[in-house]
Design a protein around this ligand. Structure first.
Ligand SMILES: *Cc1c(COP(=O)(O)O)cnc(C)c1O
Length: 376
C-alpha cells in the first residue's frame, strides 16, 4: 500500500538518537533548547516551546492565552479534531465558522460574523500546508481585541510574501502550534512545538508543560537547590531529548523535502488537468508546504473512488470530515448539519492523495492513472 504520508528516517537520524541514549539527559536536557532554537530559527519565530505532541501544543497555547470557562474560541470545521478539542480541554466553547469555498481555509468574514462579547481568540488552520489569510485575520483580531492562534501543523515551511521577502508560517499568530507526528513534515515520533514572539507567553508555556513549575529539573540540579514552586496547574507535556535530537537531525533535511513535496504537487496538478479530480484553489502571494494533496471529486463518486483506489494499493484518505459533525460535538455542543454548509458540501467531495518526499514521479503516475480510471 502506498501510504498518504510516511516518515523518512536515515542513518544520521539513528546515529543522533543513539548518541543521546548514551548521554546523561534522556529528557529535560540540552537537546530540548537546541531543537527549540533550530525550529524557531527556521521559521523566524523568537521562541519555541517543545511539547509531547501537536495536540499538547494546541492545549498549551490555549492555556497560555488564558482561555477558560465561558470563553468562546472561533475554529474552522475542516481540521483535525484536536484544533477544537484544545478549547474544550480548557473549559472553553469552540464556535465553528465556515471555510472559503475554494481553499477550504477559514473564511475571515464568517469568523467576523461569529464574534460575540465572549469571544477571546480565533484559531485558523493552514489547511493542507497553505497559509490562511493571516493579514486579514490580524486586522480583525486587533480591531476586536482577540488573540490569534495558528494550527500550523500542516504548514512548516510555508509562507506569505511581504514585499520582497517571504514571512514564514509560525510567525503570524500570537502562538502557532506545530506537530512532529510521522506523517508531518519532520518527525520526532510524537512531538509538537509552540512558536511565539512573546517572551511572557513562552514562559507561561514552559511552565504549563512542566506541571506549572517554573524551574526545570536541570536548572535545579545546576543550582544545587531542592526548592521549586508550582505556580499554576500544568501538565507533564515535556518532549524528551531522545525525540528532540531526532527533530534536530530531521530539520536539516526539511528544505530538500519541501522542494520534493512541491515538485510532486506540481506533477499531480499537471497530470490531473482536465480530469474530474480538482485540486483546491491556491491563495496568491503564498508559498505552500504541501502537507496534503487534496482533490475534490463528484460527491456521489467519492466513496466508490476511495474503495477502488484502496483496492489498487493506494492509501487514499479523507482530511477531514467536519469536526462539528462528530458524535461528541453533536451530543455535547449541539452542533449539526447546516451550521457550516460550505465545509459540509466540500467534505463529501474530498480525497487525500499520497504525498511524501520518498515518492517518485512513477508513484504520481500510478495514483493519477488509477484515479482517472476510477472516476470513469
Ligand atoms: C496532526 C495535527 C494535529 C495534532 O497533532 P498530533 O501531534 O498528532 O497531536 C492538530 N491539528 C492538525 C491540523 C493536525 O494535522
Amino acid at each position: 500500500m502506498l501510504p498518504y504520508g510516511h516518515q523518512i528516517v536515515d542513518e544520521a537520524d539513528i546515529a543522533a538518537v543513539a548518541e543521546v541514549l548514551r548521554s546523561d539527559w534522556l529528557t529535560t536536557g540540552p537537546k530540548v533548547a537546541e531543537f527549540e532554537a533550530a525550529v524557531a530559527a527556521f521559521t523566524g519565530a523568537k521562541h519555541g516551546v517543545a511539547v509531547i505532541n501537536g495536540t499538547a501544543a494546541l492545549h498549551t497555547a490555549m492555556a497560555a492565552l488564558g482561555i477558560g470557562k465561558g470563553d468562546e474560541v472561533i475554529v474552522p470545521p475542516i481540521t483535525f479534531v484536536a484544533s477544537a478539542n484544545a478549547v474544550l480541554y480548557q473549559g472553553g466553547t469552540p464556535v465553528f465558522a465556515d471555510v472559503e469555498a475554494g481553499t477550504l481555509l477559514l473564511d475571515v468574514e464568517k469568523a467576523a460574523n461569529a464574534i460575540s462579547p465572549r469571544t477571546k481568540a480565533i484559531v485558523a488552520v493552514d489547511y493542507t500546508g497553505q497559509p490562511a489569510d493571516w493579514q486579514a485575520l490580524r486586522k480583525l483580531a486587533d480591531a476586536k481585541g482577540l488573540f490569534l492562534l495558528a494550527d500550523a501543523c500542516h504548514s512548516l515551511g510555508a509562507g506569505i510574501e511581504e514585499g520582497q521577502i517571504e514571512r514564514k508560517c509560525g510567525t503570524f499568530a500570537d502562538i502557532s502550534a506545530l506537530s512532529f507526528h510521522p506523517v508531518k513534515h519532520i518527525t520526532t515520533g510524537e512531538g509538537g512545538m509552540c512558536l511565539t514572539d512573546n517572551a511572557a507567553l513562552a514562559e507561561a508555556m514552559r511552565r504549563f508543560r512542566n506541571h506549572g513549575i517554573g524551574q526545570t529539573a536541570k536548572e535545579r540540579e545546576e543550582a544545587g537547590a531542592y526548592h521549586y514552586e508550582m505556580q499554576s496547574l500544568g501538565f507533564n507535556y515535556r518532549l524528551p531529548d531522545i525525540n528532540c535530537t531526532l527533530g534536530i537531525s530531521q530539520l536539516k533535511k526539511l528544505p530538500a523535502w519541501l522542494q520534493k513535496r512541491r515538485e510532486l504537487a506540481a506533477l499531480y496538478t499537471e497530470k490531473l488537468k482536465g480530469s474530474a479530480a480538482k485540486p483546491l484553489a491556491r491563495r496568491a502571494g503564498t508559498s505552500h508546504a504541501w502537507h496534503l494533496f487534496m482533490v475534490r471529486v463528484p460527491a456521489q463518486k467519492r466513496d466508490i473512488v476511495y474503495a477502488a483506489m484502496r483496492k489498487a494499493g493506494i492509501g487514499v484518505n479523507v482530511h477531514y470530515e467536519p469536526v462539528h459533525l462528530h458524535p461528541y460535538y453533536r451530543q455535547h455542543a449541539g452542533t449539526k448539519e447546516g451550521l457550516c454548509p460550505v465545509a459540509e458540501a466540500a467534505a463529501k467531495e474530498l480525497l487525500t492523495l499520497p504525498l511524501w518526499p520518498g515518492m517518485e514521479e512513477k508513484d504520481v503516475d500510478f495514483v493519477t492513472q488509477n484515479l482517472i480510471k476510477a472516476l470513469g
